[in-house]
Design a protein. Sequence first.
Length: 354
Amino acid sequence: MKRGVAAILSIDGGGMRGIIPALIVQDLMRRIHFLDLQRWRRLPFRGVPPAPRQATELFDLFAGTSTGALVALGLVQPDPLPPEQIVQIYRQRSREIFPHSRFTAAATMKQAFTVKYEKGPLEAVLQELYGETRLGDCRSNLVVAAYDTDHRSPFFFKNYTERSCRRNPELCRESVRYRDFSLRDVARATTAAPTYFEPARVTATDGKQYTLVDGGLVANNPALSAYVEARKLYRDARQYLIVSIGTGRSNRQFPWEMIHRWGYLDWVSPLNGAPLNAMFTDGQSEAVAHSLKQMPRVNYFRFNADLPQTVKEEMDDTSEDNIAAVETMAKQMIRRFSGELHRLAILLHRHRLL
């Protein structure tokens, strides 16, 4: 935290559409680097031009759910991934995780009876990305959402930096139990979307086992959870600057004529787009946004948009056409929010000057 401002980056869940926040973060960091270069050019003795900053130099706390957690973990791991590399991972590896089937309807119907995908390819990609890296090795404060099915409660993986622990040792004693969770287990737990993958079975260092599923069940938009964490970490902050990035919201309508006779199977059927789950996650995400806009001392930036017809609602559509459409949507959002992104870049640059 610098100059009394705690800066938070929060990223929603949304499967393949994690490309959107990665591209928005890339654009934001490009704008901040441009401001760094402008400042450098005004110096009387310039020296070497500044290198692009890491995201961990701009934000005090990161939060992510499901695919948003994968982006956040990439940004804060010991050898951080630049956003453009994260986008490349989505482009190149997503078909391993969500293999395309010629029999789409049959594969979708399979979800009514068992998981749609085997966990092996997902775990292999996570092993390759994170290896033996532990949560405590991350370079920033971090909150990742999951849901504990054994205890029927939210489960938040947390990491606090050494600097934060020096400031608040009492709080950090609580986080010791999280430090040795492997990043691949954290990623596996927060992305264990019911009906898509089987639950994650994660073992802590004390031997205790947890059964965890997708954090979208409790915090698809984890910005409010991040704010609560920031209030504990930075009690004396005069302002909480929260950057919350969504992965697109469905604008599909369910008129009374369609749903007034629906039963249980209709509401949960993947053939209908699993409307109960879709409404829940979209509603929760927007409710969080509404709440944070009313909070005192909070400067809340929310970047989200309705899904165009070219982008599929399904989180697992890895077709080339859909990936291209998701990237196009991200670029359109960047143009639409250009003014806000510029204002945000100035704020982050001003408050993070060394």
